[in-house]
Design a binder for this molecule. Structure first.
Ligand code: ARG
Length: 576
């Protein structure tokens, strides 16, 4: 059960009964300190202000109306008018029992929505680089989370597979094929792109051919189309390997590249003109938006079709939002793209809304993120200043984890070691990213992410193995645990309350697309377990009822950690 939502509802009803305006928010939060109880309602002051009465007076009236017998064993008014709620240990224990008895941890069923998640979205004939890493990792965690809750998820890999650069790429592929060196060239896409660009800039005959191929490709010429296909396929084969290594759920079926929307573009431009939104300006077709001002304070012009007839990234994103409504019937469309593209998206979506391409009920959400920085606080680069390739980064993660795991387990056989190193190394890279608030830049630091201390993947994965090992060591069958959970010690209660806060945590992540909230929760949970483990003997507990109750708490901890890490796309092992 979602305790925060449950208490909000209860307080809300009591507030209304106490005469507060209907739109008053109870603002129920987890309390920051034990002396303030488990939850606190902070909305009384705001409501009292609207009513023009002293907050404590309203708080008292609310408590008279509040019916949470059996749920809380103490409710008190604190400070200027906070309401502190102390949950009853028996009630918490019951919630923990319910979670344990259900394979889905007793998460409340959601009304399934269709949610499109636009993530990863690399570019054709270019190596995926670390800039795409954040989108891939955070987007995938969001997809896993929402799909775990029962929503209908459509993963959309908005591949950069269209545009004028394809003339150049096709001409270059042709050149390499004539030299019988195409396969070799395509093995390193970064190099391929660079060389193609060089030919284009330096060889006028080549550039002329390239330009003619753009026109041909756009008019559906079969040869150009086949060459283009080859470029797309090779790129995606390489990217698919990276997804696999990263344990990311994207498949080839999720590709919805820019080219998909290309046939829609002429119609959209014509429609925007017909609606009076787009006008001719210096040969191009432009939408002037009052919502955005240029540096002279005038409405900003967004080009939707260039003078030469070409369409732009913005035109494609207008079509893309329209498509996600008309064809995919999305309720929400989430975009995991770095914050530098925020203005671009806002402009595209303003046009989409003005043109009435999607209903008001459909939400378009830019779940943006900052940059990945090196330890020096500058954009993450190789030592020589080049862009870091994702595959190289993952190789390094694996190698570093191998050394680390070997140190800790001198006797582990190679096969197991390699698997653990993979899980820990990749987990570390992913978790380092997921655990930071995505809206800010973050510093990529090997030592920190591979540390066994703090909010890191190795710490969390190790915490999991420790709980799991209790059951392995004692060879306990869960079905023999028939005694109820009984919360007596403070450490038992603290662990249990964390355990039953899983649902409100995952609901917040689902709403906001903020996996760091899940990471912080799991870290708190692991720490609560540590406190419990050190202070409350489990297997050696003398009383059988106590032993069973504690085993149940341990069991639920293991399952919650594993499930939580799974929604983040972080794997676990039984031993490390
Ligand atoms: N391919 C783009 C890039 O590498 C990202 C695409 C993001 N998705 C979108 N609908 N615009 O920058």
């Amino acid at each position: 059960m979602n305790i925060q939502a449950f208490l909000s509802e209860k307080i809300s009803v009591a507030m209304c009964a106490a005469g507060a305006p209907a739109d008053s928010e109870p603002l129920v939060r987890q309390s920051a300190k034990v002396q303030f109880g488990d939850y606190q309602a902070n909305g009384v002051m705001g409501a009292a202000k609207k009513m023009g009465i002293p907050p404590r007076q309203l708080a008292e009236k609310i408590l008279e109306q509040l019916d949470i017998t059996g749920v809380a064993n103490k409710v008190e008014i604190a400070g200027p008018g906070f309401i502190n709620i102390f949950l009853s240990p028996d009630w918490i224990a019951q919630q923990a029992e319910n979670a344990l008895a259900d394979e889905h941890l007793n998460i409340t069923k959601v009304k399934p929505e269709t949610i499109v998640i636009d993530y990863s979205s690399p570019n054709v004939a270019k190596q995926m680089h670390v800039g795409h890493l954040r989108s891939t990792i955070i987007g995938d965690a969001s997809a896993r989370t929402l799909s775990y809750l029962g929503h209908n998820i459509i993963r959309a890999n908005h591949l950069g597979d269209w545009g004028t650069q394809f003339g150049m790429l096709i001409a270059f592929l042709e050149k390499k094929q004539n030299e019988n060196a195409a396969d070799m060239a395509l093995a390193d896409l970064e190099e391929f792109y660079r060389e193609a660009k060089k030919c284009y800039d330096e060889d006028e005959v080549f550039a002329e051919r390239a330009r003619s191929y753009v026109v041909k490709l756009q008019s559906g010429d079969e040869y150009c189309r086949a060459m283009w296909r080859k470029l797309v396929d090779i790129t995606m084969q390489q990217n698919q390997e990276t997804y696999q290594r990263l344990n990311v759920t994207l498949t080839e079926d999720d590709i919805m590249g820019e080219s998909l929307y290309n046939p829609m573009l002429p119609g959209i431009v014509a429609d925007l003109k017909a609606k009076g939104l787009a006008v001719e300006s210096e040969g191009a077709t432009v939408v002037f938006l009052d919502e955005f001002k240029n540096k002279d304070g005038e409405p900003m012009g967004v080009i939707v079709q260039k003078k030469d007839g070409g369409y732009l990234y913005t035109t494609t994103d207008i079509a893309c939002a329209k498509y996600r409504h008309e064809v995919l019937h999305a309720d929400r469309s989430l975009y995991y793209i770095d914050s530098r593209q925020h203005q671009h998206l806002m402009q595209a979506w303003t046009i989409v809304r003005k043109a009435g391409y999607i209903p008001d009920s459909m939400s378009l959400e830019h779940h943006m993120f900052g940059m990945m920085l090196g330890k020096d606080g500058r954009p993450f680069k190789t030592r020589s200043g080049g862009t870091v390739r994702l595959t190289d980064l993952l190789d390094e993660a694996y190698e570093r984890a191998q050394v680390l795991i070997r140190e800790k387990n001198p006797d582990m056989d190679d096969e197991e070691l390699n698997n653990v190193a993979r899980v820990v190394g990749i987990g570390a890279v992913k978790y380092a990213d997921l655990s930071k608030n995505r809206t800010t830049d973050y510093i990529f630091d090997w030592d920190m992410m591979l540390s066994f201390e703090g909010n890191t993947a190795p710490y969390m994965q190790y915490a999991y193995t420790r709980v799991a090992s209790i059951f392995k060591r004692a060879d306990i069958d869960e079905s023999t645990l028939t005694q109820p959970i009984n919360l007596i010690e403070q450490h038992e209660k603290q662990l249990a309350i964390r355990l039953v806060q899983f649902e409100e945590t995952i609901m917040q992540v689902a709403r906001e697309g903020t996996p760091h909230v899940m990471c912080a929760y799991l870290y708190d949970l692991a720490q609560a377990f540590s406190g419990f483990y050190e202070n409350c003997p489990i297997l050696s507990a003398e009383d059988e009822n106590v032993r069973q109750s504690r085993l149940k708490l341990a069991r639920l901890t293991a399952r919650t950690l594993k499930q939580g890490l799974d929604t983040l796309g972080i794997e676990t092992v039984d031993r490390m």
